[in-house]
Design a protein around this ligand. Structure first.
Ligand code: ADP
Ligand code: ZN
Length: 712
């Protein structure tokens, strides 16, 4: 009676083989439906459909069904004629009045699961936000307001902008109608197979303040005229208030906003407006790429190089790649915008797969800000210790505040002090469950683990030797903030990091306060580097250019160059010229030197040469496997065994296996982590070889594995 659904369907094949969802969308008079769950199981399950539900049930709907010992949300894939099983459990309830998955989003889910090595259920779950609650009433078109007429009129474009918009509009020409294509089973979804000739991608490479956003607005206007819709992606929620304002000014109620901080009500409302075609512009963070809009014409990624476009949970997709896949399915155009394009996108543009549009100057002949380095090695010799803020920077902040300019300071580390170490025995306080030091947060009066959230009050005496006092070292944003209060007691100082922006409205409040100049001096993490267009910011200080440089990742140069350039771009956007001061211990590094000269081409040339020499992306594809478990030996053994299987001669030609190696954080929440890196020329062939080795539930020898395709 109480059988596990998973145990009673032995005849089922993996979902990826049984599925060609589009083929069987039409309901059949069958009381059996096939359901996929958001679980790492490569298969789907048969359920009987009670007569009361049968007339309403459709493929693409969410249902509640008993699975194992509990009720789970599942996705109806299709009706089936017959089941090899004699007793089937019954679906309990239909969740929404409509199918939440339809049209090309089926194919998109199937591509996601193929490419990112996850189950179809996991992919479908990524397409539909869990908190979505649609009801009959919420779906009724309520007092449909006519779209507000645009308020602000567009600028007349600069010559560079005119050239760029021509390229963009050219790429938006409707293609000869292609009937909606079903995903071909077994289709090789390699980028070559998506066929760049079919996906029209424009890379808009424009320096900060060059008027990219204005071009986005005009491109969208063009798409609206074609009666098609746009998905506009922005990297982070902190950016959204200002961008949304500019879009609302231009497009009024055509805009839907989509991000993870919406309330359930807002979410439902926006979903309805999208599916009904009531709004044709969706603006949001990465999950907006799955927005259920119809007649898609344009997918726009602002700041396409941003890391936040990478999803950190399964499926670990990159929004840019999903955008390409969806554009391929719908014949939409992709517009990638950035002041510092990712190496991958710049490479594709150089190869000619993407069209390139450039905006080399800021509008209104505004100069790019002057950038200067502060060599912290000199500071160290001169003062015998280097405080986090150099004398030069302190002086310049003082001057800027006196002249009523606004100042932004970047430090990419949260908390008050980054380490608490015993002065007597040298012991540093670490998290018991994670292999990382604890960070002192003064506002909470606690030592906090940034990985598992553990926190405890700092002990009076060192817990190891019981003699020494703890010394707090290495400032984070909170520490700098208190130091700034001491240095500039009359300044209006604010801090922006994950600790100060937990509230739903906190980003907007901070933005409003900056805009109205209630804040004179802002200290923050990389959150502040993005998007703010504040004309009175004339000084930007980067407290440590080396934080990003020192992370153990082959992209550290790229991350540093991006961050410095983006942050520098916040300065001097108004009438007053801007200044940027960068503190560093490695002033000769090419990423820092290129940022100093505003020289993207120089940076690209050096970086791409390095990548080519060692065969790193874009010259290869990587897959990172992370093995997890509380038993270190089992985790290590599983990693070694799988590596051995993947090194078999029959497999070897497809990929190189590196490792096993300890993870950057060898232990987290009491779980050991060991990594294996795969490197090859084609993601689909690597994934398919990997799939052959993995057991159900993405495990190997019972050890769970996280699969990260194209890790960032
Ligand atoms: P980016 O997105 O490249 O950082 P923006 O689109 O924000 O640049 O443009 C920078 C500033 O210049 C904005 O205040 C914008 O309103 C203004 N701007 C853009 N295009 C023009 C133009 N053609 N003429 C005058 N001002 C413009
Ligand atoms: Zn921890």
């Amino acid at each position: 009676m109480h059988h596990h659904a998973a145990d009673t369907h032995p005849s089922h094949q993996p979902a990826t083989e049984t599925l060609d969802p589009i083929v069987s969308l039409a309901p059949r008079p069958s009381p059996i439906a096939e359901i996929a769950f958001n679980l790492p199981l490569e298969r789907s399950f048969h359920y009987s459909v009670p007569a009361l539900l049968a007339s309403r049930l459709k493929p693409g709907m969410r249902v509640l069904a008993p699975f194992g010992s509990r009720i789970r949300m599942g996705y109806v894939l299709r009706w089936v004629e017959d089941s090899p099983l004699k007793t089937l459990k019954a679906i309990e309830r239909i969740v929404d009045p409509i199918a939440v998955i339809a049209e090309e989003r089926w194919a998109l889910a199937s591509w996601l699961s193929e490419y990112y090595c996850c189950s179809l259920g996991e992919a479908l779950a990524a397409l539909v936000p869990a908190p979505l609650r649609l009801t009959e009433r919420s779906l009724n078109p309520i007092d449909v307001k006519p779209a507000q007429p645009p308020v602000a009129s567009p600028f007349s474009l600069t010559p560079h902008q005119q050239q760029a918009i021509k390229i963009i509009i050219d790429a938006l020409k409707p293609l000869r109608a292609r009937p909606f294509q079903e995903p071909v089973p077994g289709l090789d979804w390699n980028r070559q197979a998506i066929n760049f000739k079919d996906v029209r991608v424009v890379l808009l490479h424009g320096v900060t303040g060059s008027g990219k956003t204005e071009l986005y607005l005009q491109a969208i206007t063009h798409v609206l005229d074609q009666k098609r819709s746009t998905i506009c992606l922005v990297p982070e929620i902190a950016l959204t208030p200002q961008t949304v304002d500019r879009f609302r000014e231009r497009f009024g109620s055509e805009i839907a906003v989509w991000h993870s901080r919406l309330t359930q009500r807002q979410r439902t409302l926006e979903w309805r407006r999208m599916v009904t075609g009531e709004c044709r512009i969706v603006i949001g963070a990465r999950s907006a790429i799955f927005a259920p809009v119809t007649r898609l014409g344009l997918i726009l990624l602002d700041e396409e190089h941003e890391r936040s476009y990478k999803q950190e949970d399964t499926p670990r997709y990159h929004t840019r790649d999903v955008a390409l896949a969806r554009a391929w399915l719908t014949q939409a155009t992709v517009l990638l915008g950035s002041a510092t394009p990712s190496i991958e996108s710049a490479y594709h543009a150089k190869q000619g797969s993407y069209k390139l549009a450039s905006l080399p100057d800021r509008v209104a002949k505004r100069p790019l800000p002057r950038i200067e380095l502060i060599d912290m090695r000199e500071e160290l010799t001169r003062r015998h210790r280097a405080g986090p803020v150099s004398n030069r920077l302190i002086q310049t902040i003082q001057d800027t505040i006196q002249r009523k300019g606004q100042v932004m300071l970047l430090l990419n580390r949260r908390g008050f002090a980054r380490s608490a170490q015993c002065q007597t025995c040298g012991m540093a306080m670490r998290c018991a469950k994670c292999s990382v030091p604890l960070v002192y947060h003064a506002s909470r009066q606690a030592l906090v683990c940034h990985y598992c959230g553990f926190q405890e009050p700092p002990p009076e005496l060192c817990p190891a030797c019981q003699k020494g006092y703890l010394r707090f070292r290495g400032s984070g944003t909170e520490g700098i903030e208190s130091q700034l209060h001491r240095l500039f007691p009359t300044a209006a100082i604010a801090r922006m990091d994950r600790d100060t922006t937990r509230g739903r409205e906190s980003h907007r409040q901070l933005y409003e306060a900056l805009k109205t100049r209630q804040i004179g001096l802002l200290i923050g993490t990389q959150m502040i580097a993005k998007g703010f267009d504040l004309p009175h910011v004339t000084l930007v200080g980067i407290l440590s250019a080396d934080t990003a440089l020192n992370i153990p990742d082959f992209r550290s140069g790229e991350f540093t160059f991006h961050l410095l350039t983006q942050m520098a771009g916040r300065s001097g956007r108004g009438d007053e010229p801007g200044l940027v001061l960068i503190q560093t211990f490695c002033p000769t590094h090419y990423a820092i030197q290129s940022a100093l000269q505003h020289d993207y081409e120089r940076f690209y040339a050096q970086e791409i040469e390095m990548r080519q020499q060692v065969g790193l992306p874009p010259f290869s594809y990587l897959i990172e496997l992370t093995f997890h478990g509380s038993n270190r030996l089992r985790v290590q053994t599983a990693a070694e065994e799988l590596s051995k299987c993947l090194r078999q001669p029959s497999v070897r030609r497809q990929m190189t296996v590196l490792g096993p190696a300890p993870h950057r954080i060898p232990k987290i929440r009491g779980q050991y982590q060991v990594c294996v890196l795969l490197k090859g020329k084609s993601v689909p062939s690597m994934v398919s070889l990997l799939r052959q080795q993995l057991q159900s539930g993405r495990r190997f020898q019972g050890v769970p594995i996280t699969v990260d395709v194209n890790p960032l």
